[in-house]
Every structure is written in structure tokens, then in C-alpha cells.
Design a binder for this molecule. Structure first.
Ligand code: UDP
Length: 264
């Protein structure tokens, strides 16, 4: 019955499928699965700014695991199967839709810059934006017209993506509000998951302080990647604070004592 045992492939002999700025994808133990590995690399401004930040990958792996597991639990389909170790999670192989889906609740970042709206202004309603994933073009913002005309997603898929984005936003807004954090905006990615002859849209990639803007409700302190983009320092401490509030990290644990210690 050897064929029933999962194939354990030594780290150095695993086939690397894709390497991005902050993550690596390896082939998984079974067909249709991949291993998503979180690196400590932080990049911004289309990788013009780059730094290794000890412990970031471990924290993002855990925070993203927590969020994706909860999304699975409430029936929002995701690529996430389970966490494997401190830096890796087992995921379903999907075909990534080449769009970054940004949901905004409060004005910040590029929205504030482009439209001259002061950072921190509550938006009249949540706004969904699409950016075409293309580093050479600097991820330009695109409309539904561009997306359907160039075949990046069908009108039905755009509807599905927007419905997922709204559910994820509602869930995350409540989750973070409950621990004293304002969800200003976030980016998510979607993938096509084949199951027999059916294909459906699921949430993919990661959701972590690297891809969200998270402000402390009382102090407005930034608990996200803007600490790196804006040279504020204290990124691991901020991500650790998010993990602690979500109950992932023990309350008394110091963030940098030999790397973050995480609750199993
Ligand atoms: N974002 C991201 N990856 C990107 C661009 C944006 O995760 O390549 C996230 C970012 O962290 C923020 C939201 O999407 O939570 C909106 O980002 P914005 O358009 O304001 O761009 P930025 O100011 O980060 O350039």
C-alpha cells in the first residue's frame, strides 16, 4: 500500500514552480496541490525598494492561514488547505486571474494621491478597483471593459470576483474591528479552481499585513506594510501585534526574542 503514503520530498529536491517577490511556490505532494512558502523579503514600489525582514514570512504565513481558514469555515471558497510548518502552507493549484482586486473602506495610498482625498477619510461606500498584474507596466489600474475585452476574466467571473471581494471585506472588517483594528483597504487575488469538469473562482495568494492597510482604532498607528513603504520601522513588531490580537501569538511574547514564537 506504499502508493497511499504521501510522498515526502526533501526541501532541496522539490520542484520550484514559481518564485515571486515574497513567496515561492513548490510542487505539492499530490497532483492539484502546491506548497506556498513565505519568504522574509519585503518589496515596494515595484521591487525598487527591497529588504529582508527577519520573521516577516513566519508571521504572514500564520496570519494568512488564520484568515483563509476562517473564510473556508464561513463558506468563502479559497485555495487554502492547511499550514505545513512555520513558513509553508499546502494549497490547491489554481490558475491565477491576472488581476489585483483592491477593496477600500477608507481613503489612503494611491486613492488619496490620485483623487486628492485626505488619508483617513471614510468612503461613502466600499469601493472595488482592479489592477492588471504586470510588473513591466507597473500594475496599471483597469476597468471591467479592459478585463473583458482582453479576456483576463469573463463578465460572469468579474461578478463572482466582486461578490467574493464584498464577502471577504465584510468578514475582515468585522474580524479586525473586534480586535481594535480598522481595515482601511486590502488587496486580494483570485484563481480558477477546476473540480472535475467545473471551474469556479476562489480566493488565492495571501491576505496579511503585507496586503492590507490596518490602523489601530484608537491611536491610528499603522500595523501594516506602510511601515516599510514609508520607512517607519517596527514592521515585525506591528505584524506581531496583529497576530497577538487575533490570538495567534501569546500575549506575553516579545516579538523579536530569537524570532517570533507562535502558538501551535
Ligand atoms: N496592495 C498590495 N499589492 C500591490 C499594491 C497594493 O498588496 O501590489 C495593497 C496595499 O497594501 C493596500 C491596497 O492594496 O492595502 C491598496 O493599495 P494602493 O492602491 O493604495 O497602493 P499603494 O499605496 O500601496 O501603492
Amino acid at each position: 500500500m506504499d502508493f497511499l503514503k504521501p510522498r515526502l520530498i526533501p526541501m532541496n529536491r522539490r520542484r520550484r514552480i514559481y518564485e515571486g517577490k515574497a513567496k515561492v511556490l513548490y510542487e505539492g505532494p499530490e497532483p492539484g496541490t502546491l506548497i506556498q512558502h513565505f519568504k522574509d523579503d519585503a518589496t515596494a514600489f515595484n521591487a525598487k525598494k527591497h529588504q529582508i525582514i527577519d520573521g516577516k514570512g513566519v508571521l504572514n504565513n500564520r496570519i494568512s492561514e488564520f484568515i483563509f481558514q476562517q473564510l473556508n469555515n464561513i463558506g468563502v471558497p479559497t485555495h487554502f488547505i492547511r499550514r505545513l510548518n512555520m513558513r509553508e502552507q499546502l494549497i490547491r493549484e489554481v490558475e491565477i486571474v491576472p488581476l489585483e482586486v483592491v477593496v477600500r473602506n477608507v481613503a489612503a495610498g494611491s486613492l488619496s494621491q490620485r483623487l486628492g482625498i485626505e488619508e483617513g477619510t471614510q468612503l461613502p461606500r466600499s469601493i472595488i478597483e482592479f489592477y492588471y498584474k504586470n510588473d513591466a507596466l507597473n500594475d496599471p489600474m483597469v476597468s471591467e471593459e479592459h478585463i473583458t475585452a482582453f479576456g483576463w476574466a469573463s463578465p460572469q467571473e468579474i461578478d463572482d470576483i466582486m461578490a467574493l471581494a464584498i464577502r471577504v471585506n465584510d468578514f475582515l472588517t468585522g474580524l479586525f474591528l473586534g480586535v481594535g483594528i480598522r481595515l482601511v483597504d486590502f488587496k486580494m487575488e483570485c484563481g480558477r479552481l477546476w473540480e472535475n469538469d467545473m471551474v469556479r473562482i476562489v480566493v488565492a495568494d495571501e491576505i496579511s499585513p503585507d496586503s492590507c492597510r490596518l490602523w489601530d482604532i484608537k491611536s491610528n498607528d499603522k500595523l501594516d506594510k506602510d511601515r516599510f513603504r514609508r520607512d517607519m520601522g517596527g514592521l515585525v513588531e506591528a505584524y506581531s501585534e496583529v497576530a497577538r490580537r487575533l490570538g495567534i501569538l501569546q500575549p506575553e511574547e516579545a516579538p523579536r526574542a530569537g524570532g517570533p514564537k507562535l502558538v501551535q
